[in-house]
Every structure is written in structure tokens, then in C-alpha cells.
Design a protein around this ligand. Structure first.
Ligand code: PCA
Length: 336
């Protein structure tokens, strides 16, 4: 009997210990779920204003939630490369991320609304177009398990070459770095050879001759010091594509209302601050290219009108691809 009692006591003790262990895990688990830490992949250089603005946004959310939702940015494609970020957030491998949405226009033409040449080629027009497109873009992201938080434009897009270009015929056969379907289409229309390359790999591609020219903002040429390889920048002002920050919908739905509100409020601030920064830096970047030794000028009249024709063609193509939603966006934009 006695032996039996002792055994019973031991086994009770064991069960109690086991219970405490489970309780400890449950308590720890609960507090871990309460204070979330989110890693935020970003594709562009840490020193770029998008990345700096993203870091300020992350701090804003962390502060506004007293650390309940801590966001830590990982710029430069260090966590996920540009081309992987959208999928990573959709599948929950990352809860939040920043991506050039137009690079996914092949999945949904609406994502390419900001990259139709000459549709919205100034900061003001780009803001209008984005407002006109916002509801439909948010819905398109929602369908892909993503919640829209904010977006910030790049400065106007211009052409980089390593020789003077007077007309489209001068571009024939050049290897042209593309960052989305629209830039690849421009290469095709101009008789160039498109190669898809992330900004993070651009310097390397120019150094090795994988790419010889591209279209982008002064920001990316400046960030990648492209004057080491190229000689001419033509300030075409074709369009202003955006980086968009989105959150995995399941991760979003798991947040309390205060954290969701912090994302919205800090997102609005980030959109305004990022836009102001882009405007402020536009001429600084072009000056930087010139100081690096590049010839920075507008395109010749002939080149400008040839490029405008590409724009007309591509506007038609985009409207065909984007259907009634695309037409509704353009109509709303033109009416603003
Ligand atoms: N820079 C980005 C996209 C547009 C821009 O100005 C890039 O070249 O990848």
C-alpha cells in the first residue's frame, strides 16, 4: 500500500510539473502573440529615400503601439529580393513588405497603372492617377491576400545610355535593363533587347555588359553610381512608378484594432512624407548625375515625339488589357 501511495504521489508530482510546464508555455505564447515583431523586406538601397521613409514608418508603428507591434525593415533585398517580396507577403513568409507594384502587371494589368508612358508624368498628375486608381488597386491586392498600407512615387523616369541618342533608331540592338512589363515593351518598340534586372543588381549588370542602357529615375542612377558606366541621361519624364507597402491579410486580421489603426495612421504619414521627399530630391539626383560626369539634358524634339507615339501605343494596349476597370480609372483621372 505504502509503496503504492508513494508511487501515486510521485506521479501526481510529475503531472503537476508537466502542468506547470504547459502553463508556462501558454503564458509565454500568449505574451509573444501580444508583442509582435514584423520583419519588413524592402528591395532598394538602405540610403534611398523609400528605404529611409520605410524605416521611419516602422518606428512610427512601433512607437504608436508601445512596441506591441514592432516593425523592423530589411532594405537592399537582404531578406527577400525585389522579385520575391510580393509572393513572400502573400504567403505569410513575411508579414509586411515594400514592392514596385508595376513589376507585377503581368499578374494584373491594374498594377501597371503607374507605368503607362505619359499618362501621368508629373508629381501632381501621378497623385491624381493614384487617387483615381486607389479603390480598385486595394481591391486587387485584397484578392491576393494583401492589405494596402501606403505608396510613394519615384521621381520622373528618364533614359540612360552610354552614347548620345538623337532618335529611336540610335537605340537599335542595345541591351536595355527593364524593371517591369512596360519598360520591356519600350525596349521592344525601340528595337532594343530587354533584360529584366533588379536595381540591386544594376551596377553589376552595367559593369559586365549584361545591360547597356535603362529607363529609371535620377534616384536609381544616383544610388547605383551609373556614371561609372554610362554617359547620357535624357530627362524624358515618362511616368512616376510607385513602391507600395502591403501587409499579409491574415497577419493583419490577427492584429488588435489599435495596431491596425497605427498601420493606417503611420501609412498616411509615410505617403505624405515620401512624396515630399521625392519632390525635394528630384533635382538633387540630376545634379548628382551631372557631377558624376554625365550629360543631363532633355530629349531632342524628334526623340520626344517618337517616345510620345510609344506612349499612345502603350496607353491603348494597357486599356485593352485592363478592360472596364482601367477605362474607369483613366476617366476618373481625366475628370480630376
Ligand atoms: N527606380 C526603380 C523603379 C523606378 C525607379 O525610379 C528601379 O529602377 O528599379
Amino acid at each position: 500500500m505504502r509503496a503504492n501511495n508513494q508511487t501515486q504521489g510521485e506521479s501526481l508530482m510529475k503531472r503537476f510539473t508537466a502542468f506547470m510546464a504547459v502553463a508556462a508555455v501558454a503564458t509565454f505564447g500568449a505574451s509573444a502573440a501580444y508583442a509582435e515583431k514584423w520583419d519588413m523586406p524592402m528591395a532598394y538601397a538602405a540610403s534611398n529615400y523609400h528605404s529611409e521613409n520605410g524605416a521611419t514608418f516602422a518606428q512610427c508603428v512601433t512607437d504608436a503601439t508601445d512596441g506591441d507591434l514592432e516593425i523592423v525593415t530589411h532594405p537592399g533585398g537582404s531578406l527577400f529580393k525585389g522579385g520575391e517580396i510580393k509572393r513572400a507577403v502573400q504567403t505569410g513568409q513575411a508579414p509586411i513588405g515594400e514592392r514596385l507594384l508595376s513589376a507585377h502587371a503581368n499578374e494584373n494589368p491594374l498594377f501597371g497603372v503607374d507605368s503607362v508612358p505619359f499618362l501621368a508624368a508629373s508629381f501632381d498628375d501621378s497623385e491624381k492617377l493614384w487617387k483615381a486608381a486607389a479603390a480598385k488597386l486595394k481591391a486587387a491586392l485584397d484578392e491576393e491576400n494583401l492589405v494596402y498600407i501606403y505608396a510613394v512615387p519615384w521621381p520622373p523616369q528618364g533614359l540612360y545610355f552610354k552614347k548620345p541618342i538623337q532618335k529611336v533608331a540610335d537605340m537599335s540592338g542595345i541591351k536595355f535593363r527593364a524593371y517591369n512589363a512596360a519598360t520591356a515593351r519600350i525596349a521592344e518598340l525601340a528595337g532594343m533587347v530587354p533584360v529584366q534586372i533588379e536595381a540591386a543588381e544594376l551596377s553589376q549588370a552595367l559593369a559586365t555588359g549584361v545591360a547597356e542602357a535603362f529607363i529609371s529615375s535620377g534616384a536609381t542612377g544616383y544610388d547605383r553610381k551609373v556614371w561609372e558606366h554610362l554617359t547620357h541621361f535624357y530627362d524624358v519624364q515618362g511616368w512616376l512608378p510607385r513602391n507600395t507597402v502591403f501587409v499579409n491579410k491574415d497577419a493583419y486580421n490577427d492584429l488588435d484594432a489599435a495596431s491596425q489603426q497605427a498601420l493606417a495612421t503611420c501609412g498616411e504619414q509615410a505617403a505624405a512624407a515620401g512624396l515630399a521627399k521625392a519632390k525635394e530630391l528630384s533635382s538633387f539626383y540630376l545634379k548628382g548625375l551631372a557631377e558624376g560626369g554625365m550629360t543631363v539634358t532633355g530629349p531632342s524634339d524628334g526623340l520626344r515625339s517618337e517616345l510620345k507615339e510609344f506612349g499612345d501605343t502603350m496607353t491603348k494596349e494597357w486599356l485593352e488589357a485592363a478592360g472596364a476597370d482601367g477605362q474607369a480609372i483613366v476617366d476618373a483621372y481625366k475628370g480630376m
